[in-house]
Design a protein around this ligand. Structure first.
Ligand code: URA
Length: 150
């Protein structure tokens, strides 16, 4: 039902071939369990499928090279909800803006799938003061999955 979309694999993810397995991934697991979601019951992936050298931001040609794969993943999974993690995934999935305040608290659509945006867990590790806002976003996800009015 729930697909979480991050930016790109980091070092640990590249080594293991899995998304969000490092420190940010551990926080993501906790964030999900706070709304009674076991991460094993979600699908976690990234917009970009290869690690950009030195963790630099992905280039437009890299984004378009990877777009097809995300599109196929979503076509196969047919999730009820997408959660964009951080500015990059939010910008990509909403097609607008550049700041988190433009993405949070609203429902967007990507390939006709509803999208809720929240902070990237790696950002929250450095900005714990934003966790309160992330909690609001997580409650919105819970509400949506419970089929309640947002
Ligand atoms: N950050 C991301 O955006 N994706 C990962 O898989 C790991 C860290």
């Amino acid at each position: 039902d729930l697909v979480l979309v991050g930016e790109a694999p980091g070092y640990n993810e590249d080594q293991q071939g899995l998304a969000f397995v490092g420190e940010a991934g551990q926080l993501l697991t906790k964030m999900l369990s706070a709304i009674q979601i076991n991460r094993e019951n979600t699908y976690i992936c990234n917009v970009i499928k290869c690690r950009p050298p030195k963790n630099r931001n992905p280039n437009p040609d890299e984004i378009s090279a990877c777009q097809y794969w995300l599109s196929c993943q979503l076509e196969l999974l047919q999730p009820k909800l997408l959660c964009a993690l951080g500015k990059f995934a939010s910008g990509f999935l909403t097609g607008i803006g550049q700041s988190m305040w433009q993405y949070r608290g609203k429902l967007f659509r990507y390939q006709n799938i509803p999208v809720i945006c929240t902070y990237h867990p790696a950002y929250l590790l450095y900005h714990p003061e934003e966790k309160k806002k992330a909690w609001q976003d997580l409650k919105m996800i819970r509400k949506f999955l419970d089929n309640k009015k947002l």
